[in-house]
Design a protein. Structure first.
Length: 613
């Protein structure tokens, strides 16, 4: 039997969640690349060509690269240095500040601002001067977002440093790159969309020339499923065949939902995810397979534990390791595997014997000889159904069932997605709708379907009033007699038409690439509209409330967000009344309108007069 021991596989392991943390840093990876002679995993960064072009001009701007750890700041600095003719050995010499002579300027590169010693703190003064006026120096500086302002504000301050520090703070808060009057670009790499970067990284990994080392391995395409290499199998599944890339597309969906929910995933974590997807196995050393371990895994009949669908969620790792690794902690919040519906579980448990479900069982279970309904699964399934199992055996089968739900989420194709309802396998059953029919619909320049807006308005009305109303043509604003945040609010204050009417309207638009509910209450430019960001959790909460559910797992924060939104609407309505002069002037009486709900679930108003003696 010919089994290759691939240096590429060993290199890929270093990107995974192994205990030695230094393996994730750019410098360590570069040392391995130089030592082993392995081609690096190359992905063209979003801003690289722009940065190189900037420093080649006669009047370059200084650049600050910020973001979270793992966003690629050091990589950018090194690639710019080399592209401009910098020496590789000089880059590796351990000096914090690198200096390179350009055409008309000296370029100072600081790959990590936190590494500046007390003796080198003067460089911030020089950088501040160069940002305010051309002094023949230009800077490229990398700093984690939490450290950037701290370094600027913790030095002996002069007025120029203080002014530039305020400029940097303004750029961070406003999410802008430049400010007039300052020769500076601030690029926040945390705003790079991980959903757009991920397919590029996957392509770089699965098409890497290192896989050529596997071509003559007897385990690569072994006729016996039990002896086939799970590493190669996982690589093929991530790669997809032809136009069928369900796994990759579904992963991109999850990453895009994370971005819409304002959860950024750095490139380092994406590389960790890919490495673990391909190599993960709970019995392997460091929980990541190498070529030499594959025969033993096959011999122990534990190939199914290498399932790429389990590895996406770090199931090969200990619970503590999963919880402390950002990417797995984030993906596990979707609850894939623990959530389900009756139809899906009927397919998995009864599908083989149910004539109505057998086609789907064959398509998604028995057709997958590697990770689907193998003989072990069928045997445990039969024992479970016949009730001839101990609690331990029952728990083992239920755990297998969880793994199959995870696999199903990443394998159901577009033809069956309406019938199987894969988003019921997550904690967010409206996530697919939010992504496809709200966010992507708006990105394509189209309007959101009226029925979706109607549901959101109904949910907002139920939260705002505390009443189980079905009203969806207007937004009702009510209080409990004051602007307190009482759960039941029956005192009618105002209503806002959903359809455009005398300056009032409710719609969903994109702002900074993300869906926002926009409520306009006046034609006057003096009165601003009130907006509510529709991220994933908030959208799910409002939709479930509209359908009569109270999702307690994430309701409190969302509930408070909606009450704050209601308060902002009431404040703007107060302002409108002040401008329009519509106030009660009778000092002897007060008229209240109390909300009631009829048998059809529609709100109506009942007037109550209170006279003062």
């Amino acid at each position: 039997m010919s089994i290759n021991k691939s240096s590429w596989i060993n290199f890929l392991r270093q990107y995974g969640p192994i205990p030695r943390n230094d393996n994730m840093y750019d410098e360590s990876i570069q040392r391995t690349i130089d030592k082993k002679g392995i081609a690096p995993i190359k992905v063209e960064p979003q801003y690289l060509s722009e940065l190189i072009a900037n420093f080649k001009t006669s009047y370059p701007s200084s650049v600050i690269l910020t973001g979270t750890a793992g966003d690629g700041k050091t990589y950018y600095c090194r690639e710019v240095w080399l592209a401009l003719g910098g020496d590789k050995e000089e880059w590796d010499n351990g000096e914090t500040i690198k200096i390179l002579q350009l055409k008309e300027h000296s370029l100072y590169v600081i790959k990590d601002l936190s590494e500046l010693s007390e003796d080198n703190r003067y460089i911030i003064n020089e950088m501040a001067e160069s940002i305010k006026q051309d002094n023949g120096k230009v800077f490229l500086v990398a700093a984690n977002d939490g450290q950037l302002l701290e370094k600027w504000k913790n030095i002996e301050c002069n007025y120029i440093v203080s002014e530039v520090a305020d400029c940097i703070e303004d750029l961070l808060v406003s999410e802008q790159q430049q400010k007039e009057g300052y020769n500076l670009q601030l690029i926040n790499l945390s705003r790079t969309n991980s959903a757009k970067v991920f397919p590029k990284i996957v392509k770089s990994v699965v098409s890497h020339p290192g896989w050529d080392e596997c071509h003559n391995c007897s385990l690569k395409e072994n006729e016996s499923v039990e002896k086939r290499c799970p590493i190669w199998e996982n690589k093929k599944r991530l790669e997809g065949s032809g136009n069928e890339k369900v796994l990759l597309d579904r992963l991109v969906d999850l990453l895009e939902l994370c971005e819409l929910n304002e959860v950024h995933i750095p490139i380092r974590q994406l590389l960790l995810l890919i490495s673990n997807m391909i190599l993960g196995h709970p019995d392997a050393r460091d929980k990541l397979m190498s070529c030499g371990q594959v025969p033993k895994i096959s011999e122990n009949r534990s190939v199914s534990s290498a399932s790429i669908y389990r590895n996406i969620f770090g199931e090969n790792l200990s619970e503590r390791r999963r919880e402390t690794t950002d990417i797995f902690s984030t993906l596990n919040r979707f609850g894939i595997g623990t959530e389900s519906n009756n139809f899906i579980d009927n397919i998995l448990i009864f599908g083989e014997d149910d004539p109505e479900l057998t086609d789907l069982f064959k398509k998604y279970m028995t057709s997958d000889e590697f990770y689907g309904a193998d003989e072990t699964f069928k045997a445990e399934q039969k024992s479970y159904l016949e009730g001839e199992v101990s609690k331990e055996e029952s728990d083992r089968f239920l755990n297998r069932l969880r793994s199959q739900r995870q696999r199903l989420f990443f394998t159901v194709n577009a033809i069956d997605i309406e019938e199987i309802q894969i988003w019921d396998l997550t904690s967010f059953k409206y996530a697919g709708e939010f992504l496809e029919k709200v966010h992507r619909q708006l990105e394509n320049g189209k309007r959101v379907q009226p029925k979706i807006l109607t549901r959101l308005v109904k949910g907002i009305n139920r939260i705002s009033t505390g009443l189980l109303t079905k009203d969806s043509d207007v937004i009702y604003l009510s209080t409990s007699g004051s602007h307190s945040q009482s759960k039941i609010s029956r005192v009618f204050e105002s209503e806002i038409s959903v359809r455009p009417n005398r300056g009032e309207s409710v719609d969903i638009n994109l702002e900074n690439g993300k869906p926002v509910l926009i409520v306009k209450i006046s034609l006057s430019d003096e009165i601003d509209h009130v907006s509510l960001k529709l991220h994933l959790v908030r959208y799910e909460f409002i939709s479930r409330v509209a359908e009569g559910e109270l999702p307690g797992s994430f309701s409190r924060e969302c509930y408070e967000d909606l009450l704050a939104f209601k308060s902002r609407l009431l404040n703007q309505l107060e302002y409108r009344k002040k401008i329009e002069g519509v106030y009660e002037t009778d000092p002897d009486r007060m008229v209240l309108e109390l909300l009631r709900i009829n048998n059809e679930g529609m709100l109506y108003r009942r007037t109550v007069e209170v006279e003062f003696e």
